[in-house]
Design a protein. Structure first.
Length: 323
């Protein structure tokens, strides 16, 4: 199923401001750390690595997932993780839309928002297996939902919650843009997963997005921010024998959106919005929500990126952002 392209509105983007670039290594102390951007702007956190990637892993594949953070003086470490995402190209990131709804409606000045990009792991005596994460920190410039669908056009049956907590899983995809480009200092790499190791640094990964004709195959894997609130990534794998892919129509109404549904075999309390579902090192789904009905096994619901491929590839490009 293909979605039609929509005309660009005059005010379609969630506008943020001023782009900075920072480089730093991870640290385990909780003393205030001030990072200074090329423009002289400073940001103070209590930790250089506010979200843990997981140190002792069999693979560093998920190091290519980026974290999206907002400064918050009342939050732990002085910042709050909003979502995860994947790099599309030199200056764009794909994530979910719902985490940004509250910010897009807020009339007060938007706080500083950053994309935290893992660019490798450096050797460290205290952890020769996992090393320390080495990262590149960008301040976001702008972003928008991949469709230009006004909320008024969304069926009332597709909304959940009330007031400020009101959300719809329909078209739950967002593309963000940063400056300077991700590859302004480091080159993108196509290094094989088996070759990624501690000591490999200054590497930036893009992620391929599944096209409409691509098939989802086992093994599957997904990554999310810890649903229990801990600042770390959770990684899970499925093999053919798990048989976790299910027909979404048996669980949720079609008008809720276009999804990939998998059984919650890991008994998670929920699915974090913006979780990344991967097959053959290609992104097939972006996490939206978890669902359970009486008498049914719980499922994890990912927005299927395949029908949105053209919209994703065009969102926040140079042509799309021209005034």
């Amino acid at each position: 199923m293909f979605l039609p392209s929509c005309p660009r509105p005059v005010k379609a983007a969630l506008l943020l401001v001023l782009i900075l670039t920072f480089i730093s290594t991870a640290s385990s102390n909780l003393k205030p750390v001030t990072l200074t951007g090329v423009s002289g702007k400073k940001v103070t956190w209590l930790h250089r690595e506010p979200v843990g990637y997981g140190q002792r892993l069999k693979t560093f594949f998920w190091d290519r997932v980026v974290n999206i953070l907002i400064t918050d003086n009342e939050a732990k470490y002085g910042c709050r993780p909003i979502a995860t995402g994947v790099i599309l190209d030199r200056n764009r990131v794909l994530t979910s839309y719902n985490p940004f709804i509250e910010l897009s409606k807020d009339t007060s000045p938007i706080k500083d928002m950053y994309i935290y990009v893992n660019i490798g792991r450096i050797v460290h005596a205290n952890d020769p297996v996992g090393g320390l994460v080495y990262f590149h920190l960008h301040e976001m410039w702008s972003g928008r939902r991949v469709t230009f669908s006004p909320e008024e056009s969304t069926s009332s049956k597709s909304w959940h919650g009330r007031g400020a907590d009101k959300r719809s899983p329909l078209h739950d995809l967002m593309v963000l843009r940063v400056k300077p480009d991700f590859d302004s200092k480091f080159q993108f790499t196509h290094m094989a997963e088996k070759d990624i190791a501690v000591g490999k640094v200054n590497i930036v990964f893009t992620m391929d997005i599944a096209r409409p004709n691509e098939r989802l195959e086992y093994p599957l894997r997904y990554c999310q921010l810890n649903i229990d609130g801990e600042r770390e990534h959770q990684h899970f794998d499925f093999v053919t024998e798990d048989n976790v892919i299910v027909d979404c129509d048996l669980y949720i109404p079609k008008h809720w959106g276009l999804f990939i549904c998998v059984k919650n075999n890991h008994d998670l309390k929920g699915l974090s919005s913006s979780a990344i579902l991967v097959s053959n090192q290609t992104v097939f789904g972006i996490g939206s929500f978890a669902h359970k009905r009486d008498g049914q096994q719980a499922i994890l619901v990912f927005t299927d990126v395949r029908p949105y491929y053209d919209l994703i590839m065009n969102a926040m490009t140079d042509d799309d952002t021209k005034l």
